[in-house]
Design a protein around this ligand. Sequence first.
Ligand code: SF4
Length: 61
Amino acid sequence: MDQKKIIIDCEKCRGSGECIKVCPEKAISLKNGKAVIDYNKCDFDGICIPACPHQAISFRP
Ligand code: SF4
């Protein structure tokens, strides 16, 4: 079981797409104006976390 997971808080996400630009795996896309992670592509490097101007992305608590 993999405990590592990146989550996007839908309440905070404004759909700026900054995370999409930095993700090396192209794992993030916008759906209905919100960022969504494809966990089949995400390698949990955390690069998208500081890229979000709204602090919407974090490791799962
Ligand atoms: S953790 Fe890395 S691979 Fe996963 S969505 Fe964020 S930038 Fe992409």
